[in-house]
Design a protein around this ligand. Structure first.
Ligand code: S3P
Ligand code: PEP
Length: 442
């Protein structure tokens, strides 16, 4: 099932005419919204999400949960002035249902364990790319934990989970080196398994640890008991005790990874960008931008109002391991291509299995604009060159589109193919970008 957009349309990336000076209200976090939807659906009482992200990935998650019987009502808050909200009303999960995962890692990985708890067959399908993204960790683990799953033997989509209304659960070993989402998926549904779950990661590396911490924090916030390596448990082992989950009233933080292009604009064009409601404490990997973009030449101040990020127009290269914050790689690579010294981005070989092969895509697209990027075994080596205009292909990858927009600020004549693909997590991107720059550029 292909996303509904014109994949060949070209968007002239606005060129910055001067320093930026803008306040950008960044929509809610994809990762928080989709975890909150899953946890609220598994709870024993209704719950609320305020300021949820409404994007392709989160609407697919909501539609999938509704298809399994969950009530999700949408509204706009008046009394609290809190803006949009979703009220989630859990009910007996059931099939038959067909779930479209699109190309959302969170939907394709977090929902098969939920489906195993449902009564009846739940079929999972998605975009062509979803067939190639790793899912074996979830499928194999669920079988060990007692689920019946029909797939075509590749350990990938499409597949059908024959939910039996309950799952034994218990201990399971997985290799999550290709995606942290395998661990998150099993933990999120773990409280509802008869014996809970004990997940032991056996692989040599584990990406995106902040996202696993986000899972653990959000589980604890709804009353689950979780033991982790960080709370004194064994390394690489997470245990979730069986038990009922509470319905909560949660306000979703802005998506800090989607704040990245706007902060990058201040680095590239100079000037200041303010992101209101930047949380003082968060598990979102995007919070690392404060440190990374400071090292690359900016400065920032976190106040009660939000994050104020200032650039001088000077950009420095960086040598950094992005294994914990892989989803920031495209935006960092774009800034690095405009820097005054080379960069090495390491620890992100698993990006080859993201929305597209991001290492190959970034290398090809930046080089086609005159850049000098080489792929390494686990990342990119970027030597800045004078770039020229041209078409920046995006491979249905939202973060490729925003990376191209960052380059377009500094390089005239960059055209982004299929900017609508940003709808995966940030549907308003072109408007927010134009708003940041002012109608005729900054
Ligand atoms: O759990 C999550 O919300 C995510 C985990 C990460 O996945 P990987 O560990 O597969 O990189 C991240 O890249 C993705 O954007 C969101
Ligand atoms: C890797 C990403 O998404 P997904 O949740 O589909 O894995 C991403 O948003 O950068």
């Amino acid at each position: 099932m292909a996303p509904n957009n014109d994949q060949t349309a070209l968007w002239p990336a606005p060129h910055a005419r001067g320093a930026v000076d803008a306040t950008v209200h960044v929509p809610g976090s994809k990762s928080v919204t989709n975890r909150a939807l899953v946890l609220a659906s598994l709870a024993s009482e209704p719950g609320w999400l305020r300021r949820p992200l409404r994007s392709r990935d989160t609407l697919l998650m909501a539609a999938a949960l509704r298809a399994m019987g969950v009530g999700i009502e949408e509204g706009v808050g008046t009394e609290t002035g809190s803006g949009e909200f979703w009220r989630v009303i859990p009910s007996g999960l059931h099939g038959p249902a067909t779930i479209d995962v699109g190309n959302a890692g969170t939907v394709m990985r977090f929902l098969p364990p939920v489906a195993a708890l449902a009564n009846g067959p739940i079929r999972f399908d998605g975009d062509p790319r979803s067939y190639e993204r790793p899912l074996h960790g979830v499928i194999d683990a669920l079988r060990v934990l007692g689920a019946r799953i029909d797939d075509d033997g590749r350990g990938a989509l499409p597949l059908t989970v024959h939910g039996g209304g309950a799952l034994d659960g218990g201990p399971v070993e997985i290799d999550a080196s290709s995606s942290s989402q395998f661990v998150s998926a099993l933990l999120l549904s773990g409280p509802r398994f008869n014996q809970g779950v004990e997940v032991r990661h056996t692989g040599s590396s584990l990406p995106s640890m902040p996202h696993i911490r986000m899972t653990v924090d959000m589980l604890r916030a709804v009353g689950a008991q979780v033991d982790t390596p960080e709370s004194g448990g064994e390394p690489n082992v997470w245990r979730v005790t069986p038990g009922a989950l509470l319905g909560r009233d949660l306000t979703v933080e802005p998506d800090l990874s989607n704040a990245q292009p706007f902060l990058a604009a201040a680095l590239v064009a100079g000037g200041k960008v303010v992101v209101p409601d930047w949380p003082a404490r968060t598990t979102q990997p995007g919070d690392r931008l404060r440190e990374i973009f400071t090292e690359m030449g900016g400065s920032c101040e976190l106040t009660e109002y939000g994050l104020e990020f200032t650039g001088s127009g000077a950009i420095h290269g960086i040598d950094v391991d992005l294994g914990e914050v892989g989803e920031l790689t495209p935006g960092i690579a774009a800034v690095a291509a405009l820097a005054d010294s080379p960069s090495t981005l390491r620890g992100v070989s698993h990006l080859r299995l993201h929305e597209t092969d991001r290492l190959a895509a970034l290398t090809k697209e930046i080089n086609e604009l005159g850049g000098d990027v080489t792929e390494t075994a686990d990342g990119l080596h970027i030597r800045p060159r004078r770039l020229h205009g041209g078409i920046f292909h995006t491979y249905e990858d939202h973060r490729m589109a925003t990376a191209g927009a960052i380059i377009g600020l500094a390089v005239e004549g960059v055209q982004i193919e299929n900017v609508a693909t940003t709808a995966k997590t940030l549907p308003d991107f072109p408007d927010l970008w134009a708003g940041m720059l002012g109608s005729d550029g900054a």
